[in-house]
Structures are given as C-alpha cells and as structure tokens.
Design a protein around this ligand. Structure first.
Ligand code: F6P
Length: 554
C-alpha cells in the first residue's frame, strides 16, 4: 500500500466553472462562436500557435474554432487547474490515484535505464528494466524457435488472452506494427467471454506449436479466466497436464492467483499496482507485442513514448501538444456543448486505435464526481468513437458534414506508408486532406448555385463547414511514432482530467455490472432457486432464459 505517498492538490479551490479563467472562456466563446473557420484560417500568423512538430509527428491545429486568444485563455485555465504541478506530481510518483491510494507511473515503464523514479523509497525504474530484460530474453527465444513446446516443436502461434487494457493496447499495437511482425508466426487476441471468440481463435491452431499468454493485471477477471481455462483444457487434452509449463505464460501483478490457476510463477512476467490497466501497453502486458515485433522494436516504441513524456514535462503549455489536444477537447465539450469526439485514422494498420482510445479516454474520464467526491457541475469525457478512413467516409461522414451535432475529430495520417502501393497511398492522403478541408470550409449556397444546381436542391447541397479537426501526420507508422501517439493521448487524457478535477485512474463504474453478473450467472441454471432481488424486467429476462429448454410462456 502507498499510504505515505504524498498527493499534490489541484491548485484551484473554487469549482473550475466558477473561476475567472472559465468565465473568461465563456465570454470569449461568445465572440468566436459566430466566426467561421474560413475566416479564422485566413488569419495571419495562425501557424505560429497551431503547428507543432515533434520527432516523427506533425500536428496541425489550425482547423480549430480558436485563435491565439483562445489558446491563451485555455492555457490560463490549465494553469488555474494546476496542470504543470499535477504533471510533476505524476512523474514524482505521488499517489494521484487517490481513490485507490496509488501512484500513477506508466511514465516509469518507459524511463531510461539508469534513471530513477521512487515509489515508497524503491527505485521502480530498475524493476521495470529487470522485467523488460526477462521479456526480451523470452521473446527472443520464442522468435528464434529455441523455446520449444512440449513435443519439441517451436512456437508458431501466440494467443493473447486478456480483456480491456490487457487486450486493447497489445491488439492495437500488434495490428499497427504488422510491418514489423515476423510473418511466420500467427498472433491472435481473445477477449470476449463469448465462447465463440476462444473457440474460433483456437480452431485451426495446433496446441503443440501454440503459446498462450494469459494477460490480466488482477488475474481475477472472469472473462479472462474463463477463456484461459478453455485454452488450458484444449492444451491439456492434446498434450497432457505437464505441457502447460511450455505453452502458458502469465502477465500479472498477482502471483498468488497465477499460481492458483496452474501457471508456474517462473513463467510469469510481473508489473505493479501503479500501472493502470489502460496505461499498461508498455508494461509486461505488451509481451505479445514484443514477441511479435522483437525487443528492439519494442524498445523503439518505449523511446517514442519517452520523447512525448519529455515534451509534456518541458514544453510551455501553449506549445505542448498533448496539453493543447486536451484543452481544445475541453473547449468543445464545455463551451460548444459537443458530446462526442471522433478519431479517424487514415492508416488501415491503426484500425484498432479508436477502440483502444475508447478505453483510454472513456474509462479514464467518464466520471461525474471530483477528486473530493463532489458532483461535477460541468460535462466531462465525451464519447470517443471512430473507424479508419476512407471507410468512414462511406458510412457516417454524412453526419459529420451535414448533421446537427458538432463532432470535433482527429484525423491521423502517415506520409510514408509501410506498403509499396504508393498511388493508393496518395489517394488515401488526398481523402484525408479533402475531408478536413471540406469540414472546415464547407460550401456556401452561393457556391452551390454558381455550379448551376436547381434552387430546390441548393439547401441539400450546402455544407455549413466550421467543423473542427486536428490533423496528426506521422512521418511513417513505426514503433517510435506509435509510441508517441499513445503517449500523446495518455497525456491528453490527464490534461482533461486535471481541468475537470476528476480521477483519470480509477474505474469504479465497471464494478456494479461485474457484481450483478456474478449474482445472475448461477441463477441462469434452471435447477437453481428462482431469481430474487432483481427489477421486474431483469427477473423476466432471467426467467425466459431459464426456460430455454421449454420456451413456451406457461
Ligand atoms: O473493465 C475494468 C478493467 O478493470 C479494466 O480497467 C482493465 O483493463 C480490465 O478490466 C482487465 O483487467 P485485468 O487486467 O485485471 O484482467
């Protein structure tokens, strides 16, 4: 436990929406709400504040309904909320996850070997590198084929079993870095408790050449344990009990539960309570990724994250990309009333990035009480969603362009693709640029009329424009730029949580459903006592399911 870890208080004592900085933004919003991006984009000197170049990442914030004054006022709001102090408190290992009395040190997972970050007087960076070294040795053995299965064959398939942060990050990164993956090995990710998932994942695999990575911070998550038990049965039926030691490894903080499950703690890669599940990609939870891309490339991903960590700590807030991404999100959520935020990767390999961000952002900032337990008087985390471009253009972009909701969006593209089809890549990038231009500039009735469109069709063909976007252009999608992207969003989330005064690092909201599922599961057995204590609708559903062998109503 971390009871002696100090906690930095946010510097604002008044509720954030009662501060002069918030009021100044409300006032400023009135002046900017009627201004169109067509005019804002033409402002001289706009690129001075709106373009930020970091290693491998070019960020264009120009297409935001903001000007230099907006940025100044947002930065003042962040100062009022104590953002620089809170960032330092996180890096110093203070127990800023107050409801769980824990430090929040995903930044220590990518700290340089030899640097020092202490938790309860212990240098955690040394521990981190010890685990990274063990992961590296193990990954190299699997990759080289010197780690042999029970029948002496090398591993040809790796199945990661985990859910939430123990699945989304590794699955996203393995997909994103497919160009770095050894083509001779299959990588699969199983998360859903739906038996179809593990059944399909194992159906065409050979237990003798399959390694199962059971990834669970707590090692008590019912979905993961159910899937792991199914995989264990599949392995043991084919190869016998003693094969488990060659075909199962665990990634967890909970050695006792790993041992109780029947995985030798020698085959366990550990991490710590100060790593949140959704912030754990760069911990041992990334073992599947490391096996897929190799320890060197994994190290490059950590280096990409580290560069953003240095940036967030050292760049002034008005040039601090994750801080600005967070603050602009606040601008739309709290001053324009936007309730969702789209993330649109124009890179097929980033197909799982929106799903990964959904957990990172929504599990972190989907809160309605402040750190002090008071109900917030302002909106917090928006709904995050998205799909890769150009697919989304043929599905939901209609609403982005002409719907009644304001949906700020992040467009993520790459300059140099990881495939040789350059003409298609030009087309992809043209679409990305075209969409952000169309969303910003739109098309007026006069422009539509000038094209000879019939009067009655004109309103249907008008694009209001004035729809804000961020463009993040990566030089190339590499382990380093992927790491940078992940760290940018992690710090964006922290920026927002700091201003909103909420705890981005707990997730009490997932508990109730888990508890009720635990109660309902035995009640589904028709021979168990009748369900009690549920609302009438839930009781009816349980009873209908209990009658599954005899579905007639009476
Ligand atoms: O859904 C809640 C949650 O606790 C997430 O925060 C976490 O990433 C996921 O479940 C999986 O937890 P674990 O890694 O302990 O199995």
């Amino acid at each position: 436990m971390a009871s002696d870890r100090p906690v930095a208080a946010a510097s604002s004592t008044a509720p954030i929406d009662q501060t002069p900085e918030w009021r100044a933004l409300e006032e400023h919003h009135r002046t900017i709400a009627d201004r169109h991006l067509r005019d804002l984009l033409a402002e001289p000197g706009r690129e001075d504040w709106s373009v930020i170049d970091l290693p491998g990442v070019h960020a264009d914030l120009a297409k935001h309904r903001a000007d230099a004054e907006t940025i100044r006022l947002l930065v003042e709001l962040a100062q009022r909320a104590g953002l620089p102090e809170r960032i330092e408190a996180m890096f110093a290992g203070e127990a800023i996850n107050t409801t769980e009395n824990r430090s929040v040190l995903h930044v220590a997972l990518r700290a340089e070997r030899g640097s020092t970050i202490e938790v309860d007087g212990r240098d955690v960076v040394a521990d981190v590198h010890e685990v990274l070294d063990r992961m590296g040795r193990f990954s190299n053995e699997v990759r080289a084929g010197t780690w042999r299965g029970a029948t002496g064959e090398p591993i040809r398939a790796v199945v990661n079993i985990g859910i939430g942060g123990s699945d989304l990050g590794p699955a996203m990164a393995t997909r994103a870095l497919s160009a770095w993956c050894d083509p001779g090995r299959i990588h699969r990710f199983v998360s859903n408790v739906d038996g179809a998932a593990i059944h399909e994942a194992l159906a065409d695999l050979d237990p003798a050449t399959t390694l199962v990575v059971v990834a669970s911070k707590t090692f008590t998550t019912s979905e993961t344990l159910a899937n792991a038990r199914a995989a264990r049965r599949w392995c043991v039926e084919a190869l016998g009990e003693e094969a488990v030691a060659r075909h199962f490894v665990a990634v967890s903080t909970n050695e006792a539960e790993v041992a109780a499950f029947g995985i030798d703690p020698d085959n366990m890669f550990g991490f710590w309570d100060w790593v949140g599940g959704r912030y754990s990609l760069d911990s041992a939870i990334g073992l599947s990724v490391m096996i897929a891309i190799g320890p060197d490339a994994f190290g490059e991903m950590l280096a990409g994250m580290r560069r953003i960590d240095e940036h967030v700590r050292t760049a002034p807030l008005d040039r601090n990309l994750p801080a600005l991404m967070g603050l602009l999100g606040i601008w739309y959520t709290n001053f324009f009333g936007a309730s969702s935020h789209a993330v649109l990767p124009y890179a097929e390999e980033l197909a799982r990035f929106p799903a990964y961000l959904q957990q990172l952002e929504m599990e972190s900032n989907g809160k309605s009480v402040t750190l002090d337990g008071e109900r917030v008087g302002w909106a917090t985390g928006p709904i995050v969603w998205g799909e890769p471009g150009t697919n989304g253009q043929h599905a939901f972009f209609q609403l982005l362009h002409q719907g009644t909701q304001l949906v700020p969006a992040d467009f993520i593209g790459v300059i140099e693709p990881n495939h040789p089809l350059l003409d298609q890549h030009d087309l992809l990038v043209a679409n990305l640029f075209a969409q952000t231009e169309a969303l910003a500039v739109g098309r007026t009735a006069e422009e539509v009329r000038a094209e000879g469109v019939d009067d009655e069709l004109v309103p249907h063909k008008v694009f209001d424009g004035n729809r804000p976007t961020t463009t993040l252009l990566l030089d190339r999608l590499t382990p380093a730029t992927l790491g940078a992207l992940v760290a940018l969003y992690e710090h964006k989330v922290f920026t927002q949580a700091t201003v909103w005064g909420i705890n981005a690092f707990d997730q009490w909201g997932v508990e109730l459903g888990k508890v009720l599922a635990g109660r309902i599961a035995p009640e589904l057995d028709p021979s168990s006592p009748e369900p009690t204590g549920h609302d009438p609708s839930t009781t009816r559903l349980i009873e209908r399911y209990r009658r599954r062998a005899d579905p007639s109503p009476d």
